[in-house]
Design a protein around this ligand. Structure first.
Ligand SMILES: Cc1cc2nc3c(=O)[nH]c(=O)nc-3n(C[C@H](O)[C@H](O)[C@H](O)COP(=O)(O)OP(=O)(O)OC[C@H]3O[C@@H](n4cnc5c(N)ncnc54)[C@H](O)[C@@H]3O)c2cc1C
Length: 372
């Protein structure tokens, strides 16, 4: 039985572990923290097919969505649910873009349908504010980021061929004729036939040579969560600002959109919102591209998001009770993510950007196919 070593306990590493066990490998997965606590638990938990670029990226997202369905069925504690999404148009120009999106040749693949306001409200009574209509996407789904990794880990641990090694902070790698090896800060070594490093946005330390001149950058986001909404909101929700960020819509009539609000433009914001199983709403986000990143959590994005939510709800948004930030690694080339061979049988995989959670099972599957 071939041994696979995975560095990184985030969703990319964990999906590699999940699929590698299914492929019949024995798996050791290590993580520098007690539990992984970076991008994969700080995100919305969205599996977001609707915004993916026409062509290869959409195909990958659809395949990922299929595997997510299998993962969700195998591990219900992930909170995976095919809840769908609604992108809301609050002005005529946004509505025009949504109409064009609903008429795209691949609209059926994405599960798109156009809903006038009354239809949106009939589906989601909470969405009763001042808007024209929405674009529903039945392929979009969500999982619970705060339960996802823990529940997948428990599932994996039940397999005798899986070993989890937390607090293993890798500081070096080498390849020899016996395989691939990583060494942690305490001098412990893990060896395997195959190795995949999934470090997320940690591009530094011993990894820095693998990232020299690599087409990846880091992006910082601000997020928040409200107190529980005393009503159910099944679908995830996006506002019209999201149309500017998702490549699916790049050839539509975006030039006719009115300027974003000053704060949304300055902080590169959109509204994404998903109700957690405890009733709270996860909301965001901002985008910061220039390093060094600001170390502060700023208040003005939350004031903006609360205003947009209140307009879409037609009543005051629930109060924001928690705030955090997160950093992801994003490919800046035409490749959907960053994959680099560093030695025979050893690769670095990251750079999934704001779609890393969505694509994670398909990214891991591409590794499995290469290893066959
Ligand atoms: C705020 C925010 C919101 C987002 N929302 C979404 C969303 O809704 N949908 C979506 O598809 N994507 C979303 N994303 C993107 C997505 O979360 C990421 O692309 C994805 O989680 C990346 O997973 P990862 O496993 O590569 O990285 P990470 O989650 O960062 O995990 C990497 C792990 O590797 C470990 N590690 C690093 N170096 C070492 C070392 N030397 N030794 C041992 N361990 C090491 C780290 O401790 C970490 O736990 C969002 C990201 C952010 C930040």
């Amino acid at each position: 039985m071939k041994k696979v070593v995975i560095m990184g306990g985030g969703i990319i590493g964990t999906m590699h572990a999940y699929l590698a066990l299914k492929e019949g490998y024995s798996v050791i997965q290590c993580e520098r923290e007690q539990i992984a606590r970076s991008a994969s638990i700080r995100n919305f938990g969205l599996i977001w097919v609707s915004g993916r670029e026409v062509g290869a990226e959409l195909e990958m997202a659809l395949r990922a969505r299929e595997i997510w369905g299998e993962v969700g069925a195998a591990v219900p504690a992930t909170g995976f649910r095919a809840n769908g999404s609604i992108t809301i148009a609050r002005n005529e120009a946004e509505w025009q873009v949504l109409q064009e999106a609903a008429a795209m040749p691949d609209a059926d693949l994405r599960g798109f349908s156009l809903l006038v306001k009354e239809e949106v409200t009939a589906l989601e009574p909470v969405l009763a504010g001042d808007f024209i209509g929405g674009l529903r996407c039945t392929q979009d789904a969500a999982a619970e980021p705060n339960r996802l990794l823990v529940s997948l880990r428990e599932y994996l641990k039940a397999d005798e061929n899986y070993r989890w090694m937390p607090n293993f902070d890798v500081m070096d790698f080498y390849h020899s004729e016996t395989g691939n090896h990583i060494i942690d800060v305490k001098g412990q070594t893990i060896s395997g036939d195959l190795m995949v490093m999934c470090p997320g946005s940690s591009h530094q330390g011993f990894l820095s040579s693998f990232f020299a001149d690599a087409p990846v950058r880091r992006v910082r986001l601000q997020m928040g969560a409200t107190v529980p909404l005393p009503a159910k909101l099944g679908h995830s929700v996006a506002d019209g600002d999201s149309l500017r960020y998702y490549p699916a819509f790049k050839d539509l009539s975006l030039a006719a959109l009115p300027p974003q609000s000053e704060i949304a433009a300055r902080r590169k914001m959109q509204l994404l919102m998903v109700q957690r199983l405890d009733g709270t709403l996860t909301i965001g986000d901002t985008h910061e591209y220039d390093e060094p990143f600001d170390h502060e959590i700023l208040e003005e994005p939350y004031e903006h998001l609360s205003g947009v939510i209140s307009a879409i709800f037609g009543r005051t948004a629930p109060v924001v009770s928690r705030r955090w930030d997160g950093v992801y690694s994003q490919s800046t080339s035409s490749e959907t993510y960053f994959r680099k061979a560093i030695a025979p049988g050893a690769i670095v995989v990251t750079g999934g950007g704001g779609r890393g959670n969505t694509l994670s099972p398909a990214i891991a599957e591409e590794t499995m196919i290469q290893w066959r």
